[in-house]
Design a protein around this ligand. Structure first.
Ligand SMILES: [Mn+2]
Length: 295
């Protein structure tokens, strides 16, 4: 007698996946994976729980579906307490996804993971970061690789131009100097809040001609009133609508990869996770064809 196993899928729910997808890796344009890592956290740990939190939220949001996006969810990287091991695993995952012609979408975890992914993508022609912070300290709390230094380490390691940091509003003097020296372009949260049209024009001009953009979204770019569940809240941030419109503008030019980091479910009422899912989803929806797959 032939065993019919379909009843298992009919009866049982296997747990959340990003936007509820069951698309295979082979059929996907976007490959999502989580990085449950917050070991260098300097204030409030907990972002290691964000991949699960984002998946749960993503299954219940009424996301706009003007066209089908083919997304697969690979699961999470294995847990480690070593920042070096985490960076290596992120790099290997990104490299394999890109080799297969897919666009990586990384759910953090803390922002440090971006140091593991950017340089493993091959050629990108720009890095756009949404963040309240510059993350350009030379070192912090006795370590050189952590969530407050990763961008400085990245720019010391590799030549990336342009680097555009959107929504920044707080920095140590040494970070401001390093950002200037290393050619980081800033659009502050005040610029966006006081003159959204002007900020849109500026971001459009700074990303003009780019087709292969790495987009990194630290959810603390939002005002903590909208997104309380982050590890390092900084009042004076932008609103979700600002984030979505600016993300759409960038993604429409062509995404090489996307990460969404720093949601902290231990301090969230659900809003930070919902904003994060929307931002990631809008980026995928707005990105034209896979620029990597077509090269
Ligand atoms: Mn930040």
């Amino acid at each position: 007698m032939k065993m019919n196993r379909n009843w298992i899928e009919f009866l049982f729910y296997r747990g959340p996946s990003f936007v509820g997808t069951d698309t295979s890796f082979e059929d996907a344009d976007y490959a999502v994976f989580g990085v449950p890592f917050d070991a260098t956290s300097s204030f409030r740990p907990g972002s290691r729980f964000a991949p699960l939190s984002l998946r749960i939220m993503s299954e219940y949001l009424e996301l706009p579906a003007e066209r089908m996006i083919r997304i697969c969810d690979l699961g999470d990287l294995h847990i480690t307490a070593s920042v070096d091991v985490m960076l290596r695993r992120v790099g290997e995952a990104v490299e394999r996804i890109v080799e297969a012609g897919k666009i990586p979408v990384i759910l953090g975890g803390e922002h440090t993971l971006t140091l593991g992914s950017v340089l493993r993508l091959g050629s990108i022609d720009g890095l756009v970061i949404f963040d309240a912070h510059l993350d350009m300290r030379s070192e912090f709390m006795d370590t050189r690789v952590n969530h407050t230094t990763w961008l400085r380490r990245l720019l010391e390691e590799g030549e990336i131009k342009p680097v555009i940091l959107v929504g920044a509003r707080t920095y140590a003097e040494e970070e401001f100097a390093a950002a200037y020296d290393m050619g980081v372009q800033l659009i502050t949260s005040a610029e966006i809040f006081l003159d959204l049209r002007g900020a849109v024009k500026k971001l459009d001009a700074l990303t003009s001609g780019l087709r292969n953009i790495y987009l990194s979204i630290d959810v603390d770019v939002l005002d903590p009133g909208y997104a309380p569940g982050v590890s390092n809240p900084e009042p004076g941030g932008i609103a979700p609508i600002h984030l979505y419109e600016l993300v759409k503008l960038v993604a429409a030019k062509g995404l090489a990869a996307l990460d969404i980091v720093e949601v902290n479910p231990l301090f969230d009422n659900g809003s930070a996770a919902a904003c994060a899912v929307y931002a990631a989803y809008y980026a995928m929806l707005s990105s034209t064809t896979s620029s990597l797959a077509s090269r």
